[in-house]
Design a protein around this ligand. Structure first.
Ligand SMILES: Cc1cc2nc3c(=O)[nH]c(=O)nc-3n(C[C@H](O)[C@H](O)[C@H](O)COP(=O)(O)O)c2cc1C
Length: 332
């Protein structure tokens, strides 16, 4: 049996929150707020950091909070602590989630340990992936990672992929005409000096919107990231998958965020590159099309994922910044 790390529960939880800061979030807004007590930590969504025009439904903020919660829990598990979580809608000042811990009685779960180890290596990669196919058993392992959190990963090939790609182009066109969308894009890609949030130029490709086969990704202006130079010509063989939630309630979407984190970390552990994509789900018409034509009406789509093998000749992607712990954690 692995003994839990030394230290009080408060210290263990504080350290785990620090590691959970690496969770992904739309436009790197980091819309989470943690409140630490002696025997628990509470997770709140920070509404002041919501993308009101881009993320009208507020799903993006909840997904990011779910990712942070999953990062926290696998970190705790990898250190020998089991977590019990109460999820709830955030009403009347109650938290989205309250996490309590106790030492694990037995071995550390191997999946949690693998996912915790992948946290520092995970990046959103918007560059061209290689022409190497992603095997079905690898993709199935990503679906397995999502299921404990109520998530299902629907793989989109052939007509379904073409429908998503077309819907993505249309969503991008519609958002381009929206003044509020453009303002938020500008705000989160051009931060004041010393800011530790937003998408830095080093994570944004230079030039026009990145386009691979039929796929055009969300455009971020004036980036400095370059496509890999070596490796010769190849077609990006990335796969598209759609993550769905149980329903559209806040608890289901929060849990789908945990599923998203599990999928991204499992993919990272397997050496895959990942791009989470919600743009196509932010425009009501294209969202409905993906829901009805690709995944079926009974489960709402919450995130599209692009998954592929990174080019071995590509430069390592620098980590995007994160706000310091004392800006997101309050101690009671
Ligand atoms: C819910 C969610 C939605 C996202 N949507 C997009 C998207 O549509 N296009 C994109 O290029 N990146 C998207 N991202 C990636 C974020 O921009 C990225 O996580 C953030 O900038 C931090 O960078 P990192 O993931 O490399 O740590 C999304 C991430 C999350 C969690």
């Amino acid at each position: 049996m692995n003994a839990p790390s030394l230290g009080t529960e408060r210290a263990v939880l504080r350290e785990a929150v620090a590691r959970a800061l690496r969770a992904p979030s739309e436009h790197n807004t980091q819309p989470w707020r943690w409140v630490l007590g002696d025997d628990h930590v509470d997770l709140h969504v920070d509404r002041s950091r919501r993308l009101h025009f881009t993320d009208e439904l507020g799903h993006g903020a909840l997904l990011a909070c779910g990712c942070a919660l999953h990062h926290l829990r696998v970190t705790l598990a990898s250190e020998g602590w089991a977590s019990a979580v109460r999820h709830q809608p955030e009403t009347d000042g109650r938290p989205l989630a309250r996490v309590r811990i106790r030492p694990i009685d037995g071995d550390v779960d191997a999946t949690s340990a693998r996912h915790a180890a992948a946290i520092p290596a995970r990046r959103t990669d918007r560059r061209r992936f290689t022409g190497r196919e992603v095997p079905v058993d690898v993709l199935e392992s990503l679906d397995d990672a999502a299921r404990p959190y109520g998530g299902v990963l629907h793989l989109a090939y052939g007509t379904h992929r073409a429908l998503i790609a077309e819907a993505m182009r249309e969503a991008a066109g519609r958002q381009r005409e929206h003044v509020g969308y453009a303002a938020e894009l500008e705000q989160w890609t051009h931060r004041y000096a010393g800011a530790r949030d937003g998408i830095p130029a080093s994570a944004r490709l230079d030039g026009p919107p990145p386009s691979y086969r039929d796929l055009v990704l969300r455009w971020f202006p004036r980036g400095s990231l370059r496509q890999p130079r070596g490796g010769g010509d190849h077609e990006d063989a990335s796969v598209l998958a759609v993550l769905t939630a149980v329903d559209e309630g806040p608890v289901s979407v929060l849990r789908a965020g945990e599923a998203l984190s599990a999928v991204l970390l499992e993919a990272t552990a397997r050496g895959l590159g990942t791009t989470p994509i919600t743009q196509v789900l932010e425009v009501p018409e294209t969202r409905e099309r993906v829901r009805h034509l690709v995944v079926g009406a009974h489960r709402p789509p919450v995130c599209v994922l692009r998954l592929g093998w990174p080019d071995p000749f590509g430069e390592p992607l620098p980590a995007t910044p994160r706000r310091p712990l004392d800006q997101v954690l309050t101690e009671t």
